[in-house]
Design a protein around this ligand. Structure first.
Ligand SMILES: [Zn+2]
Ligand SMILES: [Zn+2]
Length: 261
């Protein structure tokens, strides 16, 4: 069994096709996917999809690349997270690659999410690009180790991965790890313990090889698992089992979800 720990299947193009996608997930033994929130205006529609799809879980948060949004408050995030299928806070974090200028607002928004996570006990889904020092510093200052989380779609250094693991975080690899030119990232995956690794698609973006450049969906997380197995010289089944166990260890609110939902 495989789990896609990070996707956006509520986005236009995937949402309408979800019954076909769910079929392909079934064929590839991808049993579950975590549909990650990027803003609050689209959150109710995302959660109504999550409610109706037994294969999906959800989160609540505002992505660091969404500049024009109404700022979330701790209270709002906490109250939305009471939904039984919201199992994490995020995605949140820092992105100094895509967004330039005075990013005080991004850091403030990040702190708001960490505070909401600590208040709810839910883990964090972190998006971090070219902001290594500030990401780690803010996580430390806000005592994020208390809840832990995942560094999603990880593309940063081995050193940053290790610092994150020390704070109780997992490292999630996307289709990027299958790309020919991703040598450093492949070496990072090789060095990390399988017990701290998650796999994801971040679909609709970043389709893994051999689908690179095409539309991505959660069924293709199988190619990420294959690559991790190759890099770590373990079996595909071992990667499937361990990353699934890791997923349920991290997103442990799932055990409280009534079976029917
Ligand atoms: Zn992201
Ligand atoms: Zn994402």
């Amino acid at each position: 069994m495989l789990i896609d720990s990070h996707c956006h299947v509520n986005f236009e193009g995937l949402r309408e096709d979800y019954s076909d996608i769910a079929q392909r997930m079934h064929t590839n033994r991808v049993h579950r996917a975590l549909c990650v929130s990027v803003n609050l205006p689209d959150w109710p529609a995302m959660m109504s999809m999550v409610e109706h799809e037994p294969t999906l879980y959800g989160s609540v948060g505002v992505h660091p690349d969404y500049e024009e949004e109404v700022e979330p408050t701790v209270e709002d995030l906490v109250s939305r997270s009471q939904h039984p299928k919201v199992v994490a806070i995020g995605e949140t974090g820092l992105d100094y690659f895509r967004i330039k200028g005075d990013l005080t607002w991004q850091r403030d928004r990040f702190r708001t999410h960490i505070r909401a996570a600590r208040e709810t006990g839910l883990p964090l889904i972190i998006h971090t690009r070219e902001a290594r020092e500030d990401t780690i510093r803010i996580l430390q200052e806000e005592n994020a180790a208390e809840v832990g989380g995942v560094m999603h779609c990880f593309t940063e250094s081995l050193e940053m991965a290790r610092a994150s693991i020390e704070m109780g975080f997992y490292i999630s690899f996307s289709g990027i790890v299958t790309f020919k030119n991703a040598k450093d990232l492949q070496e990072t995956a090789r060095q990390l313990p399988l017990e701290r690794i998650l796999i994801e698609t971040d679909s609709p973006y970043l389709a893994p090889v051999p689908h690179r450049g095409k539309r991505n969906d959660p069924s293709l997380v199988a190619h990420v698992a294959e690559k991790i197995a190759e890099l770590k010289e373990v079996s595909f089944d071992q990667v499937a089992k361990q990353t699934t166990d890791n997923f349920y260890n991290l997103f442990n609110k799932i055990k409280d979800i009534p079976k029917a939902s």
